[in-house]
Design a protein around this ligand. Structure first.
Ligand code: PMT
Length: 409
């Protein structure tokens, strides 16, 4: 597996052409390399492959309509165009190339292409005469000058029976071009250092027992991956979890809250801190040197708890305070009002508030794959729809990028 691709995300725009069937294989190859793929299917693309097959292969909804309320609620089109590490157009039709070259945005695909701040890689596919037409030549030249990357087209026999350049590059060639483009990517957060905490802490009672919680680390790991994907030099301070670390982050494994604090402080200065770990507020006042025994008496052992340091509050008030400090709030009721209070009490810039109570179907944010959060800032709060933890991570990173770009902090 190409290490540079794992954990990255691609927005794939599928244009209308017979080569669209190859984009299904492209999705499969990318997913096998642990690349997240979101797809926009143009109206013409939908004549060649079905939204259902694209959705089944990507594992995410397919975006088709600029004015779809459902799509906009899930992810606005501007955000869709920026949440990926790379935008890939395959097949890239004369129509899509022409629109981007001319600055036309009259559907979801062309709007996303114009609005993106990421590199665009096009895999053109069209009839050889179209490819060689002065108009498409002009589009290709303009796009190349604007920094758009190309893979193919290849020479060969076309579906229409003609021979020459115009065949879309094979899926494996496109994968190789994607890998190259991702490796060359600078990223909007390049030059910035991000510090992320994730997972639970374990507070020992004796050599084999500890106090902990059900945090899996999934949310924090997704954030670290997304920050690294955006070019940030990312350090992930993780409590004990069972998931594989992202390839391009520095991983520091800790067990207790005090170790987590020490690891975070040792990594300062940093520009961004995202504290998503479920740190134990309390720890046993002492750890027994040998296992606490059932001594045959009716009396159960007393455990005295003492307060752990608050890592978020400590970083917020640190002399080397990161420029943007983001905490989480795990709430079971009054989610937003408790998060608002937590934001000022702990001195964070933003709080991501999530409801961690167990739902009727037995699912919980802690340990689960999805999250529904509120972003609480100094100016108010916004509710994000229920989405995967990876999507929460990408959306958060988009906000971080915007914040740094607008230099409001
Ligand atoms: O790990 P997952 O299974 O993916 O689940 C994700 C999550 C539910 C753990 C995550 O989304 C989340 O909500 N993390 C914060 C959990 C938490 O400890 O919330 P809190 O409301 O108790 O703490 C508020 C903030 O203070 C958090 O940023 C926390 O990291 C921080 N904190 C808390 C206590 C402490 N002693 N030190 C801290 O820094």
């Amino acid at each position: 597996m190409e290490p540079g691709m794992r954990g990255k995300s691609v927005l794939l725009i599928i244009g209308g052409g017979i080569a669209a069937y190859k984009s299904l294989e492209l999705i499969r190859l990318l997913r096998a390399r642990e690349v997240t793929v979101r797809a926009i299917l143009t109206k013409a693309g939908g004549e060649f492959v079905t939204p259902l097959s694209v959705a089944a292969l990507t594992g995410t909804p397919v975006y088709q309509d600029l004015f779809s309320l459902t799509d906009e609620v899930q992810m606005g089109h501007i955000e869709l165009s920026r949440a990926a590490d790379l935008v890939v157009v395959a097949p890239a039709t004369a129509d899509l190339m022409g629109k981007l070259a001319a600055g036309i945005a009259n559907d979801l695909a062309s709007t996303a292409l114009l609005a993106t701040d990421k590199k665009i890689l096009m895999a053109p596919a069209m009839n050889v005469r179209m490819w060689e037409s002065p108009s498409v030549r002009r589009s290709a030249e303009t796009l190349a000058k604007d920094g758009v990357l190309f893979v193919g087209p290849n020479d060969g026999e076309m579906a229409c029976g003609e021979f020459g350049p115009g065949r879309m590059a094979e899926p494996l060639e496109i994968v190789a071009a994607i890998e190259k483009s991702l490796a060359a990517r600078g990223g909007a957060l390049k030059g910035l250092k991000a510090l992320v905490t994730a997972g639970p802490t374990q507070e020992p009672l004796d050599p084999v027992r500890f106090l902990a919680n059900r945090s899996s680390g999934k949310q924090g790991y997704a954030i670290a991956r997304a920050l690294a994907g955006a070019g940030a030099d990312t350090v992930l301070v993780s409590g004990p979890v069972e998931i594989a670390p992202p390839s391009d982050v520095k991983l520091l494994k800790v067990t207790t809250a005090r170790e987590m604090l020490a690891a975070c402080e040792a990594e300062l200065p940093a520009d961004i801190a995202v504290m998503s770990a479920a740190v134990a507020d309390w720890r046993p006042d002492r750890m027994a040197n040998s296992t606490i025994k059932k001594d045959g008496e009716k009396k159960s052992p007393a455990i005295t708890l003492v307060e752990n340091p608050d890592i978020l509050a400590a970083l917020s008030r640190h002399k080397n305070r990161p420029r943007l400090v983001i905490g989480f709030a795990a709430e079971t009721d009054n989610v937003v009002s408790n998060a608002v209070a937590k934001r000022s009490r702990k001195g964070a810039d933003w709080i991501i508030a999530n409801d961690v109570s167990t739902k009727e179907n037995g699912e919980s944010v802690m340990g689960g794959d999805r999250n529904q959060v509120h972003l609480v800032t100094a100016t108010g709060s916004e509710r994000w729809p229920d989405m995967s933890k990876t999507d929460v991570a990408h959306r958060l990173v988009q906000h971080i990028i915007q914040q740094f770009q607008s230099e409001k902090i």
